[in-house]
Design a protein around this ligand. Structure first.
Ligand SMILES: Cc1cc2nc3c(=O)[nH]c(=O)nc-3n(C[C@H](O)[C@H](O)[C@H](O)COP(=O)(O)O)c2cc1C
Length: 400
């Protein structure tokens, strides 16, 4: 499923210091394949230049309320063309004008002419944000169905700290992708496992692996963007789990912890994606005191961990089950065998090579198997994109 690609987004910019951060948002949107038109207010052009905005968006800006283009009224044409209007930063002045239907900026005229989704990212000093007038205006916009992201707490333009900072560019970008994604998995409860597990040896040391959690997090995000309620059970990851309203996180450490948490949740989900790199073995015994360096050589006694994927495959009824396999050799044979043995509906296999390290990388290429064999080869691309391609196959097969 394509998200921002082939979509048109209008970015409105208000006259706030955080306008400079919107340049990065425009760059991310263009990189994701969207076309972008920027509509800065007169005040915004004191903070960022038309030249920068036009260069980054590769498109002429909408700057003047009386603007036409070859005889066409620019704000009307933009309103019919665009899929989404995002205002970042939304100043308290813009918020007030939006709430009361003002039209003295081309951005406001476009908003009044537009009938689709709108997202605003307010940014202002704490007292301006908390003022009853601003809060009443925000309430009007919220009741009108306008989505609001932030503001966050942190450093403010005045040098003070507090609530009022524009939401992070990454968070705004993720929110935009979620708004543009059709909700074809709405109503689904999904379980995703991600990251490594940690198997303690003593109070200081543990056995683990190189899993970063990026693939599992990409799947959780993609599910949430498509409307599913996601339960993300994860070991200690090198990425932070996404802060989306429909993702609930359950941090765990060991394979046994993960199994316990998964079994608590599994009765309530229709889909389970086991992406975590669960340690196959754990030390037979966790030593209470730090193991001393007394001997030249030592051996570790290990015991097998529970097989979470196999356990889920044996449940009846069981959720639609997607497993992951990381193989370093004979990928096709081993992966299909794993799909059969563990009763998976789909098995996604990553071939780990020097060229495709998978662990920690931002990209992945995988083969997808079902009970009859190989069904799909997903070429090397971002894990976010890979996640959506896997979910396209899940969606075709999932009955709900
Ligand atoms: C340096 C400076 C920074 C400002 N930052 C903000 C801001 O972050 N948020 C805000 O609501 N207003 C801010 N203002 C005030 C707005 O620029 C002012 O209200 C302006 O009229 C907003 O116009 P606009 O809403 O049409 O963009 C700032 C003003 C100055 C001088």
């Amino acid at each position: 499923m394509k998200q921002a690609a082939a979509k048109h987004i209008t970015i409105g910019i208000g006259g706030g210091i955080s306008a400079y951060r919107t340049l990065e948002l425009i760059r991310l949107l263009k990189k994701s394949g969207a076309s972008v038109t920027v509509a800065p207010t007169k005040a915004a052009l004191h903070f960022v230049t038309e030249l920068s905005l036009e260069t980054l968006s590769q498109s002429a800006c909408l700057c003047h309320p009386l603007q036409t283009n070859n005889g066409q009224i620019s704000h009307i044409e933009e309103a019919y063309r665009t899929d989404l209007i995002v205002i970042a930063p939304a100043t308290c002045d813009l918020i007030a004008k939006m709430a009361h239907g003002f039209a003295d900026e081309i951005l406001l005229q476009t908003l009044l002419s537009f009938q689709g989704p709108v997202l605003i990212a307010p940014a202002m000093e704490t007292h301006m944000w908390q003022h009853p007038a601003t809060q009443a205006n925000i309430e009007i916009l919220r009741n009108r169905g306008i989505q609001i992201i932030g503001p966050d707490s942190g450093d403010l333009a005045s040098g003070r700290q507090g609530l009022g900072r524009m939401a992070s560019v990454d968070a705004i970008f993720e929110h935009i992708l979620a708004m543009l994604t059709p909700k074809d998995l709405a109503g689904i409860q999904a379980l995703v496992t991600a990251g490594p597990t940690i198997e303690s040896l003593d109070p200081i040391r543990f056995l683990s692996n190189h899993s970063s959690g990026k693939m599992g997090v990409a799947l959780a995000k993609a599910l949430a963007q498509r409307g599913a309620m996601v339960h993300l059970v994860h070991g200690p990851m090198s990425v932070t789990p996404p802060r989306l309203a429909n993702i609930r996180t359950y941090p765990i450490r060991s394979a046994n912890d993960m199994l316990g948490q998964v079994l608590e949740l599994v009765d309530h989900v229709q889909l389970a994606i086991c992406c975590a790199a669960v340690a196959d073995y754990r030390p037979t015994q966790v030593v209470q005191e730090k193991i001393k360096k007394s001997q030249e050589n030592t051996t570790l006694a290990l015991v097998k961990n529970p097989d979470i994927l196999r356990t889920l495959g044996q449940l009846s009824p069981k959720p639609f089950l997607v497993g992951f396999a990381a193989e370093t050799s004979d990928l096709e044979k081993n992966a299909w065998q794993k799909c059969l043995e563990k009763s998976c509906d789909l098995l996604c296999a990553n071939l780990i090579t020097k060229a495709n390290p998978v662990f920690g990388a931002d990209e992945n290429q995988i083969l997808v198997f079902d009970q009859n064999g190989l069904i799909l080869h997903i070429e090397n691309q971002s894990k976010d994109r890979v996640a959506h391609l896997i979910l396209d196959t899940v969606r075709q097969r999932l009955v709900f």
